[in-house]
Design a binder for this molecule. Sequence first.
Ligand SMILES: *Cc1c(COP(=O)(O)O)cnc(C)c1O
Length: 386
Amino acid sequence: MTWQEQYSTRMMKSAALPSLELVRGEGCYVWDSDGNKYLDFLAGIAVNSLGHAHPVLVDAVSRQVATLAHVSNYFATPPQLQLAERLLRLSGGDRVFLCNSGAEAIEAAIKLARRTGRPKILSLMNSFHGRTMGSLSLTGKPQLRESFEPLLPNIEHINSTIDDLERHIGPDVAALVIEPIKGEAGVIDLPEGYLAAARELTSRHGVLLIIDEIQTGAGRTGSWFAFQQHGIVPDAIAVAKGIGGGVPIGALIAFGPAAELLTAGQHGSTFGGNPLASAAANAVLGEIERAGLLQNATTRGAEIRAAIAGLPLVAELRGRGLLIGVGLQKPVASAVVAAAAAVGLIVNAPNDSSIRIAPPLTIGDAEVAEFIQKFTTALTAASEAK
Ligand SMILES: *Cc1c(COP(=O)(O)O)cnc(C)c1O
């Protein structure tokens, strides 16, 4: 049986057949089962912050699994407490709940919102917050939700404008949940000034401002968290993806009074914050700090933007730092992804007319140069087809 046959007959039919089977990674490169090498500018969807098989991560995880991998939440562990201290120092938050994925961090945020005693939650149209029933309820893509209704009640999906927020906010609203940049929608920025205005409005109405930093966090946009570039303090942020560098972990970080909403016994997770995953996140965040990768994300992001701005098919550039959305002039994103793969480059198409670029935060001159050369080839090939 080929891997394609195996995948098609053994895996649940919830996902389309992948185009490649990957077997190994090192630095910014991955290899498929036919021995082809690819420059990985997707990084597991903004997850592999340090690239693949980074020695700092390999060493931390190897040591921890040989020391203490898991004990349940009946017991505290040093890696868990160290991670809590680190996340609070980097974010300015007051308390953290540790879990295993982005969707779980959003579920914790929904429970936090429920504790206000108010019924409604607002989220944005075209947003993505995860696939579990609660996080899916917040996700603003009807085509993802429809097959699974009824979902959570009292959730309203509003336009990404302050006008629409003003129309929907009120004393019955517990929380506004928003992505600072809508990653899955194609790396779409919020309107200028939205976060500051949303902070002002939510504070005035006693509504929690919960920011989904699952894709934008861990230095991806050039600061530890994207909200930090907008001069605001949220009530909570959800993080996951890039925090663990490939080891599954998520967290809800709460600020001020919101940090006191959940009380003993109200939430939990068997694996959440176990010493193995916590050691991984400590290693990843520590290395991002040590190696100056926030600055690298800003600098490399600017280099990449400058180089691709005038290339064939490119209509607009979105996002910040090393989360880059390329809006195409024509809906040929899947042709661009295929042409890129054919020359040994992995990028992703979140929709028909957008390419998402999210490389490891560790990229240097050589990777940037190789990316520009390969991406130019792919865009040229896709623009000449048809
Ligand atoms: C990926 C993502 C999620 C869901 O995270 P999972 O780990 O896949 O559950 C939620 N919100 C945003 C913004 C994401 O990018």
